[in-house]
Design a binder for this molecule. Sequence first.
Ligand SMILES: Cc1cc2nc3c(=O)[nH]c(=O)nc-3n(C[C@H](O)[C@H](O)[C@H](O)COP(=O)(O)O)c2cc1C
Length: 325
Amino acid sequence: MLKLGDINLDVPFYQAPLSGYTDRAMRVLAHEYGAPLTYTGIILAKIVLHKKAFNKLFFQPRVDEGLVGAQILGGDPEIMAEAAAAFLNVGFNLIDLNFACPAPKVLRRHSGGYLLKDPETAIEILRSVRNTVSCPVTIKLRAGFDKSQESIDKFWQICQGAVAEGIDALVIHGRSVKELYRDKGDWEILSEVKREFPQATIIGSGDLMDAKTIVKRLKSSGLDGVIIARGAIGNPWIFNETRALWEGRSKPEKPDLTEQGEVLLRHYEMIAESRPMLKSIRYFRKFAVGYSKHHPKRKMVQADLIAAKKRDELYATVKKWYGVG
Ligand SMILES: Cc1cc2nc3c(=O)[nH]c(=O)nc-3n(C[C@H](O)[C@H](O)[C@H](O)COP(=O)(O)O)c2cc1C
């Protein structure tokens, strides 16, 4: 269905990288609910320069996560290649190079989205990684640094260079770096990339918040696949819903409140495995907000979940609204 080098996915969508979200807990649940592949968020490639830190990687994938890609960020071709090899070595199945991140501190270090201004370095990084690891290598990029003609030309230059280097997929978010998350993503330019490089695997990203929209995009864009990002936060069900619609079945009912509550607590407990209690409660809030959106009393549930400061308060809230825990 979707081929990324020698990895074959049975459906043409998977879980996007989301910094601060797509850690082990989110990946396990995405996998359970039918995502054929998940990603880490950005990992700084230069972590390989700190061998000890690298030995203790708590984010290395385990069997219950299924296939997982590591997304690396950096501007130095050699370090990126070294990092790719190291991540492959600890069990990741695929390497993704981030040429997309719009965070000012990343741009200042001439990595992430900055590389869209510097096609030569971007391609050198890709070549260096490609020559070092045997696993599939993909690139995540935005549709240019800004909307200027120069940026658009450089975007095409990178797409062309990457295809010439045999990239396994170009994963494109149809906004420029400067646009951040404003307005709607431009899907026309993504279709144009596919038309220009029909032999390459082109994957789209942007505003895919529900199964119906995702399947519509898959059918109308002519792309090989899409990734599911914000739509999956507190909503692992989006994967089996999309799978059902894509396979021509009707969309399954949302899980009942019992299942929602159980999943919410499992998500929290997996987060708590690697963080102290107060930190894990704080970190979990953004996911709790996502989960609460599926509850008929979402506003009250959200307020209560956010107010929970300790593990037992979280459990009491879940008991009150979901009847479990
Ligand atoms: C909170 C947040 C974190 C993100 N982190 C990453 C990241 O680490 N790497 C990356 O390539 N894209 C990242 N993205 C971009 C998403 O993968 C995706 O391309 C973008 O959100 C558009 O898809 P959506 O509109 O369906 O959410 C992030 C987006 C958000 C909102």
